[in-house]
Write a protein that binds this ligand. Structure first.
Ligand code: NAG
Ligand code: NAG
Length: 408
């Protein structure tokens, strides 16, 4: 299982003396013609057994395809890179070979990646080193480079902007037995270094990203706002001054009843396979579910190590559909917005394992150091259109069929 999201620290040590913030031209661009163009990508992957969803992105001149793990919990896109690679994991398309296209430490992207206080650029022509550390103890270290990303836009044009990304030559993974078989990570977070912000600054798309992860595997991802349905989206303002896609605090309802689980800060993160609650909320939810299973035909399956909490039925479950009737829905009610709630049907918090047991896909975030944050991961984002709108600072969702690519 992966918890890509949440860059806990972002150290860069080269960079920065005279960093001038870029003039903000975005306001005017927004209304410019042609700016509403979007790009759409089919998604591959699933929550279980793969543990991640990825897209294929073409990069370079001539372009080559790369599988990138979709991560709305971190900003930087990076590829495993032949720089030479001191620690790489198997890459489906081989290592990316950087051209002479280094980003120097005086580039504003380098500054924004490091954040104020961590930025030093003793010599302006120095390369921009980066290190990203993920909550699952995975990490990538390397240098920032720039290369062409040919995108086919909804208006029919193919444009190949040069975007900055990480050329990673030292990767750590938390579980080498279950490697994500990708060439890198597609960082879609809120920071200025994300390729979304870069496309926006170039006037190519709005800084809006959406995904639709199918419970049957696959789905689609888009940049820009051409694929939003006209109605049916529930919007929640994002918290400002957060590093993540934060939606504010919520309380939990179980089976239509209020519970005393309240005040949970919620973050959406497609780089996390499962959903993580704070230890207190996790323990409360587990005991609610267990109490509710009393007298039903499910027994603890402690021998199934797929996830920490599993149950077996009177006969092995073939699919999630066989198991959901034993469980009740959870609802996240947002406290600072009237009538804004996020439904977690049993399909959104359970998996059926290869052993035929049903397991809880909500995990204890305290055990992985998430502290007070509750991370809503892929399992709970499935079969919904989820939109992160950085233009209007809001996050939206709607039930959706993610098996078919929409038309713009
Ligand atoms: C299509 O959209 C792209 C990205 O916004 C833009 O660069 C290009 O000029 C547009 N093409 C036409 C024909 O409008
Ligand atoms: C929470 O959301 C549900 C809808 O699923 C609604 O019926 C209920 O009144 C809400 N509870 C609170 C406390 O807002």
């Amino acid at each position: 299982m992966y918890l890509k999201a949440l860059v806990l620290y972002l150290l860069i040590w080269i960079a920065a003396a005279a960093y001038q913030p870029q003039p903000r031209i975005n306001k005017q661009l927004k209304s410019a013609k042609g700016f509403g163009s979007s790009v759409i990508f089919p998604i591959t992957g699933n929550v279980y057994p793969k543990g991640y969803y990825h897209v294929t992105i073409n990069i370079g001149q001539p372009p080559k395809p790369y599988f990138l793990d979709i991560d709305t919990g971190s900003d930087l896109t990076w590829l495993q890179c032949d720089a030479p690679c001191t620690k790489c994991t198997p890459a489906p398309h081989g290592l990316y070979k950087p051209q002479r296209n280094l980003i120097t430490c005086q580039d504003p992207i380098c500054a924004s990646l490091h954040g104020p206080g961590n930025y030093h650029c003793p010599a302006p022509q120095e390369q921009c080193d980066y290190q990203v550390d993920y909550a699952d103890e995975g990490s990538s270290m390397g240098v920032l480079v720039k290369d062409a990303f040919p995108f086919k836009f909804t208006n029919g044009s193919v444009v190949a902007p040069k975007l900055a990304f990480g050329c990673g030559y030292n990767q750590e993974v938390q579980d080498s037995a279950h490697l994500p078989y990708t060439d890198g990570v597609l960082g879609l977070g809120i920071g200025k270094s994300s390729i979304l912000a870069q496309l926006r600054d170039m006037g190519l798309t709005q800084n809006v990203v959406g995904h639709c992860l199918s419970g049957q595997g696959g789905g689609f991802l888009f940049f820009g706002d051409d694929f939003l349905p006209d109605s049916g989206i529930v919007w929640k303002p994002m918290l400002s001054r957060s590093k993540y896609y934060s939606l504010g605090t919520s309380e939990i309802q179980f089976g239509g009843q209020a519970t005393n689980i309240k005040g949970l800060p919620i973050v959406f993160d497609s780089g996390s396979t499962y959903t993580y609650f704070t230890s207190q909320a996790y323990n409360a939810v587990v005991s609610l579910i267990k109490r509710d299973l009393n007298g039903k035909q499910l027994k603890d399956a402690t021998d199934d190590k797929s996830l920490p909490v599993c149950w077996k039925g009177s006969k092995p479950f073939k699919s999630i559909r066989d198991a959901v009737s034993y469980f009740k829905p959870l609802v996240l009610n947002f406290t600072d917005a009237k009538n804004v709630h996020f439904q977690l049907r049993p399909e959104s918090y359970l998996i059926v394992t290869v052993h035929g047991n049903v397991c809880l896909g909500i995990l204890d975030g305290g055990e992985v150091g998430l502290g007070n944050i509750n991370v809503i991961g892929d399992i709970s984002l499935q079969d919904k259109l989820v939109i992160y709108d950085n233009e209007r600072q809001q996050i939206g969702w709607a039930p959706a069929n993610c098996n078919r690519l929409p038309k713009s």
